[in-house]
Design a protein around this ligand. Structure first.
Ligand SMILES: Nc1ncnc2c1ncn2[C@@H]1O[C@H](COP(=O)(O)OP(=O)(O)OP(=O)(O)O)[C@@H](O)[C@H]1O
Ligand SMILES: [Mg+2]
Length: 382
């Protein structure tokens, strides 16, 4: 496979200035005083991305995701190391980057096109398509400083996907805009995948990563801590999430573990409409009152169901605990589904234990209904 992005030993330092003199007058009187400190936002990052890959980048706030994307796009120069790109790249960076607020949407489209190396004539040829995709309508001639954040992102996304890039880099922006537009963006990104383009995606949305990416990279405090299949990387990401020292429950979370999932028959095969029971073994170092939930994912990475943690309290005692899960009637039709299990705190804000792909269930169905779930409607002629 040909690599389209190569990141080789990249470091990025920022210099942070600490002003000793606080007032403007003092600063004018004593220019150049105060100390400065180097802060390493990216440390020895290396990876390569092949043509046609979609790779997710995960990490806490401040872990260096945006900085990494900016160095890849050439907006920031790395302090050391090297970045090699093959093909042309269109980027959707954080809100605020890119457009000139004083210019109209129309002028910005031309400017953005020029930045991506397109001639005016080439932008003119795709202009109507861009405006149509963005749904900006008559506001295309309004200064973008009057745009809402949703309009801004819609226009930026429309330009980036219509300029025919080999590499698309997206930082977070898919979280902006209403659900319908988000769905439209997702469709477009999936089309990009089918067309064999390379996509690099930063998002906090684990579901999005699961749906779109077969591979994910995890950054933690500027270091690359995982690079591999999405499921594995998500697990690492969650582990770092628990290990965060600033979390008051960090100490507790180290000591609760989901260690086993079994069924009475030993099989994870089930027929549609039949009941299913799981026994979950949980090891806890201490007594803990938390909540339990279960997620089911399709092999396509789509969330099929996440149970309501708030209605499932569990009281863990020190040592081995057993939790039962009962599904009265399996509503799913034929397919293979992955199960994730979790124990969260009472507010549902901190994950205390997480088991990614704790089990895989195979559902078989002998009826004629098609799709994902059995609805079995009763049809009556009145
Ligand atoms: N221009 C800058 N000058 C100084 N420090 C910066 C600069 N840009 C980013 N940083 C610092 O670098 C670190 C990484 O920032 P970055 O924006 O890359 O994080 P991120 O992973 O994108 O976070 P988020 O999830 O909040 O978007 C942060 O500590 C941030 O404060
Ligand atoms: Mg960011």
């Amino acid at each position: 496979m040909v690599n389209t992005i190569e990141v080789i030993g990249v470091n990025k330092d920022f210099v942070i200035h600490h002003e000793r003199h606080q007032s403007l007058k003092e600063r004018l009187l004593h220019p150049g005083t105060g100390s400065s400190e180097k802060f390493r936002a990216l440390e020895n990052i290396s990876f390569a991305i092949g043509a046609g890959e979609t790779v997710g980048i995960l990490g806490h706030n401040g872990s260096g995701k945006s900085t990494l994307l900016k160095t890849i796009c050439g907006v920031l120069a790395p302090t050391s190391g090297e970045i090699k790109l093959r093909g042309n790249l269109a980027a959707l960076l954080e809100l605020g980057a890119g457009f000139q607020p004083e210019l109209s949407g129309r002028e910005n489209v031309y400017l953005y096109g020029a930045m991506l190396g397109l001639k005016r004539r080439e932008v003119a040829a795709i202009f109507d398509e861009i405006v149509e995709f963005s749904e900006i309508g008559q506001f295309i001639d309004t200064q973008v400083k009057f745009y809402s954040s949703g309009m801004y992102v819609r226009l930026a996304f429309a330009v980036a996907v219509n300029v025919n890039p080999d590499i698309l880099v997206v930082d977070e922006v898919l979280a902006v805009g209403d659900e319908r537009f988000q769905a439209k963006c997702m469709d477009r990104i999936m089309r990009f995948q089918q067309e064999g383009r390379t996509i690099l995606l930063v998002t906090h949305n684990a579901d999005q990563v699961r749906r779109l990416c077969s591979r994910a990279i995890v950054l933690n405090r500027g270091l690359l801590v995982a690079d591999g299949p999405t499921g594995e990387s998500l697990k690492t990401f969650r582990d770092y999430l628990h290990a965060d020292e600033s979390s008051p429950n960090a100490a507790a979370s180290d000591h609760i573990q989901i260690i086993s999932v079994t069924t009475p028959s030993g099989s994870f095969d089930v027929r549609t409409g039949a009941g299913m029971h799981f026994d979950v073994g949980v090891q806890s170092a201490h007594a803990y009152a938390g909540h339990f939930f279960m997620e089911l994912y399709s092999r396509g990475g789509e969330l099929i169901s996440r149970s309501d943690a708030s209605s499932s309290p569990v009281q863990l005692t020190p040592g081995a605990n057993s939790i039962g899960i009962d599904i009265a009637q399996m509503p799913l039709l034929d397919g293979v589904y992955d199960v994730n299990l979790a124990i969260v705190d009472e507010l549902g804000q901190n994950v205390m234990a997480w088991s990614e792909k704790a089990a895989t269930i195979q559902v078989s169905y002998d009826g004629r209904e098609q799709g994902i779930v059995e609805i079995a409607p009763t049809i009556t002629q009145l």
